[in-house]
Design a protein around this ligand. Structure first.
Ligand code: SF4
Ligand code: SF4
Length: 321
């Protein structure tokens, strides 16, 4: 019997999703005996022409990580969609734009100016911008076009499954590979490798008496957090109330608040709005001025509420900050 064909691709992301797959170690070697990996340019010397030469639907499952920032990202997303029976948005960036999606808070010119003109690390190359096309003696060299915003994979092509996480934790990746190999195909559109509830539902930290109120928010490096007590009760912003469970709480167990990388749980459209609502419920405010004063203690509000999901939020169509 022919082995299932898998593909992996890395678009606008940091590469952590690819590292998670390699962390499967011997489990990956076992999977490798059961499948044909027909495209994985991060690991082996595959070419785009290898994909172009495949029949439509020839790849059984494509695990696509990263958002869509450039014309190259979009081209390959469409090509892999055409060649794949199932397309998985793998990791927070493909799922919801991820950290790269925070750049949507700025207009493209500001981003280019910062990166190529004013960044303190630049040497004499300051002010040199990449251009889409350069004529050389050997012919024309082209670069992908930089789009004006980061899109999610589902804002670009039809997606069959979503696998959250920055990156998805390795146990969940192994479980998903195992389930797919056993022919356990979830409902179309499902979030896989995660749970339906929130991190608060599975977190065992002690909650204080009902009605605990916070007078100001602080940050993890400014206090010594009690490892037994809910972060919110200590004035530390934890995205647990607005975040899908399934990661095993590595951050919380390491005494760091959840940042929200597993995205919103079932029934929540906008993770940032949900987190904001959770914080509003615990502040010690009697007047609008109290509300303003306490919420002003949140450093980097957009990066706090929408750290991983600005591209997929209700703010996604707003123009730049
Ligand atoms: S807010 Fe964070 S620390 Fe508190 S119960 Fe929820 S997940 Fe646990
Ligand atoms: S605790 Fe939160 S930030 Fe950490 S891995 Fe889990 S979902 Fe992601």
């Amino acid at each position: 019997m022919a082995k299932p064909k898998l593909a992996f691709y890395w678009a606008a992301s940091c590469g952590g999703c690819e590292i998670t797959i390699t962390e499967l170690g011997m489990q990956l070697a076992a999977v490798g005996k059961l499948v044909d990996i027909v495209f994985w340019p991060c690991i082996m010397d595959f070419k785009y022409s290898d994909v172009e030469s495949m029949a439509d639907g020839e790849i059984d499952v494509c695990f696509f990580n990263g958002g869509i920032r450039t014309s190259e990202n979009e081209h390959i997303a469409k090509l892999l969609r055409q060649k794949s029976k199932l397309m998985v948005a793998f990791g927070a960036c493909a799922h919801e734009g991820g950290i790269p999606g925070l750049a949507n808070y700025y207009d493209p010119e500001s981003i280019l100016e910062r990166v190529y003109d004013t960044s303190p690390s630049l040497d004499e190359s300051a002010g040199t911008r990449p251009v889409p096309s350069t004529q050389m003696p050997e012919g024309e060299i082209t670069l992908p076009t930089f789009y004006d915003r980061v899109k999610t994979l589902a804002q670009t092509v039809q997606v069959d499954y979503y696998m959250p996480g920055c990156p998805p934790v390795v146990d969940q990746v192994g479980a998903v590979f195992g389930a797919l190999l056993e022919g356990k195909i979830p409902e179309p559109g499902a979030v896989i490798g995660a749970d339906a509830k929130t991190n608060c539902d599975v977190c065992t930290r002690k909650k204080g008496p009902t009605g605990t109120r916070v007078k100001a928010f602080t940050r993890p490096h400014l206090i010594e957090a009690d490892p037994e007590i809910c972060f919110l009760e200590q004035g530390l912003i934890c995205a647990g109330p607005a975040t899908r469970a399934g990661c095993g709480l590595p951050c919380i167990n390491g005494n760091m608040p959840c940042r929200g990388c597993y995205g919103p749980p079932d029934g929540v459209t906008d993770q940032g709005a949900k987190l904001l609502s959770a914080l509003a419920a615990i502040i010690d405010a009697e007047t609008p001025e109290d509300v303003q004063r306490i919420m002003d203690t949140v450093v980097d509000p957009v990066g706090t509420y929408y750290r991983f999901n600005l591209s997929d939020s209700i703010l996604s169509e707003l123009k730049y900050g």
